[in-house]
Design a protein. Structure first.
Length: 280
């Protein structure tokens, strides 16, 4: 993710929060007042969103000076000071909540992702995110997954073909869905990976006979059946496990030899990491 990816959203974020003016700050703080605030970590975790915070401060008031002590991806503990920002007091107050909302959310995702990544240590399996993200915040949430050590599955519907159960059913079957995807890519001159979801061994056998895909997603397979499926695929395609996998069963799937495990919980139900932005 680059700054240009999320800079387009910053004016919208400020418009939502400030509207026609932060009347509390404007009425109580002189325009000439200057001050300093520091970001204080109040919960152990993984820090994420520092670079986004930098852009938020810069976009609102280029005269604000930000001094960073802890970079994105660093494991932090209670009491750590991530950065200090100096400048107009009015600007510090008006950017505070937006910056905190972004950083707390991103840090919560990075912290959860790091927990999953550590649970997979010693295996070849990587943890993937999904499209189960907050509308308008997908780029930030997926960047937080990356900061936490996870892998972005796909950004949206445009950068990979993923034939899921509904696609297969509407297309009339496994072979029809795969052949249709191949034909489409050829006609459009696009070079996209093709992944297909299978729900049972019959569908897996159909994929193996048809071929023409890059990755197979095993949907709601038990660990025992996953191990069996991995042996059937025998390294011919990348393998992703998905559906019904909890943190407690994560390792069981990884030890079957799958390449990826996708976890919607990385972005759709994480707890934000507690932190505050306090005047020095």
């Amino acid at each position: 993710m680059t700054r240009d990816d999320y800079k387009q959203f910053i004016p919208m974020w400020f418009a939502e929060d400030i509207g026609d003016g932060d009347h509390t700050t404007l009425s109580s703080i002189p325009e000439t007042a200057v001050g300093k605030s520091q970001l204080i970590v109040k919960e152990n975790g993984v820090l994420a969103g520092v670079e986004v915070a930098r852009e938020i401060f810069k976009s609102f008031d280029p005269t604000l000076k930000m001094t960073v002590f802890i970079e994105d991806g660093t494991e932090v503990k209670v009491g750590d000071i991530a950065f200090v920002v100096e400048g107009k007091t009015q600007s510090l107050l008006q950017t505070e909540r937006l910056m905190l909302n972004i950083m707390q959310r991103m840090s919560g995702i990075a912290t959860t992702t790091r927990k999953y990544v550590k649970a997979l240590e010693g295996t070849k399996t990587r943890v993937l995110d999904t499209r189960k993200t907050t509308p308008g915040l997908r780029l930030l949430e997926k960047e937080a997954v990356r900061i936490g050590g996870g892998v972005n599955h796909r950004i949206g519907l445009f950068d990979m073909i993923l034939l899921k159960d509904n696609h297969v059913d509407f297309a009339g079957g496994i072979e029809q869905a795969i052949r249709g995807a191949q034909k489409y890519l050829k006609e459009k001159g696009k070079d996209l990976k093709i992944e297909i979801e299978v729900r049972n061994f019959d569908e897996l056998e159909q994929v193996m006979r048809t071929g023409g895909v890059d990755r197979i997603m095993l949907d709601n397979f038990t660990p025992e059946n996953t191990c069996k499926a991995v042996k059937m695929i025998n390294g011919k395609y990348e393998i992703e496990s998905s559906g019904g996998i909890t943190f407690d069963t994560l390792r069981d799937y990884a030890e079957c030899g799958v390449d990826f495990i996708s976890v919607g919980a990385l972005t759709h139900s994480v707890k934000s990491l507690d932190m505050s932005f306090k005047a020095v």
